[in-house]
Design a protein around this ligand. Structure first.
Ligand code: FES
Length: 243
């Protein structure tokens, strides 16, 4: 399997699916919520049989999701990649706390909402000299599937990243009654249609519904309406430097 891991890759086809190669395990996971409806843990729903190569739908129209069934050819799917190819840290804004810091690239948000519990991650970071606040801030940062949010230990200067075997999870969002993005974990390279490789990251969420305006990455369009998305974007555009 070690040799296979070196071959693991996701290749994006022009206006077509993601081609996954190298025997990447595929599962489906749900967003578990607490009594107040806040996202706080992952639940396992399905483990798919392991295949060496498979294609995942990117247009949202397959009748055999998460796999591509060729529907993109009939529907005229425009899969143009519009996301930035700059490294995460080149675009990150920061929030400083006493023990932890937070970096944030908001256009990567997939709206899984793990950062909202217990007052929200920024308040927790601000109070990170409190052990409970610190613990929850780290949990929230690590549960952020897109890696939009990264929590750092100030003393060591290290990112507190979760450990993942290379794998893919299809996210199910029961609260919003929809499928979410394709969650790529463990540093699997993602090759653009033009042959360039996006920065290899431990956590990435790819668009599965075909509606993201930040393709190939998810932007939450699978459940946010156009108006909600517009409002959300303008809020973050205004506070670019003060996450
Ligand atoms: S990308 Fe092929 S059916 Fe959706």
């Amino acid at each position: 399997m070690a040799a296979e891991k070196n071959k693991q890759k996701i290749r994006i086809l022009k206006d077509g699916p993601y081609i996954v190669s190298g025997g990447v395990p595929l599962i489906k996971q749900g967003i578990g919520t607490d009594d107040e409806g806040n996202s706080y843990q992952w639940t396992l729903k399905i483990t798919y049989p392991l295949k060496n190569t498979y294609s995942l739908c990117r247009c949202g129209k397959s009748k055999n999701k998460p796999f591509c069934d060729g529907a993109h050819l009939k529907t005229g799917f425009d899969g143009t990649e519009t996301a930035s190819k700059k490294p995460y840290m080149a675009e990150a804004a920061g929030t400083d706390g006493p023990v932890l810091t937070l970096t944030d690239v908001w256009p990567l948000c997939d709206h899984s909402r793990f950062c909202q519990r217990a007052g929200g991650i920024r308040e927790l970071i601000a109070n990170s000299d409190d052990p409970e606040a610190k613990k929850i801030a780290i949990e929230q940062g690590q549960n952020c599937p897109s890696g939009r949010l990264v929590v750092w230990d100030k003393e060591t200067g290290k990112a507190l990243e979760p450990e993942f075997e290379p794998s893919i999870a299809i996210i199910h969002d029961p609260q919003k009654k929809c499928e979410g993005p394709i969650w790529v974990r463990g540093g699997i390279p993602i090759e653009s249609f033009d042959g360039t490789i996006y920065e290899v990251r431990n956590r990435v969420t790819l668009c599965q519904c075909g509606k993201s305006e930040n393709k190939p990455f998810c932007d939450g369009s699978h459940w946010l309406t156009k108006d909600e998305m517009e409002n959300w974007r303008s809020k973050w555009n205004k506070k670019d430097d003060q996450v």
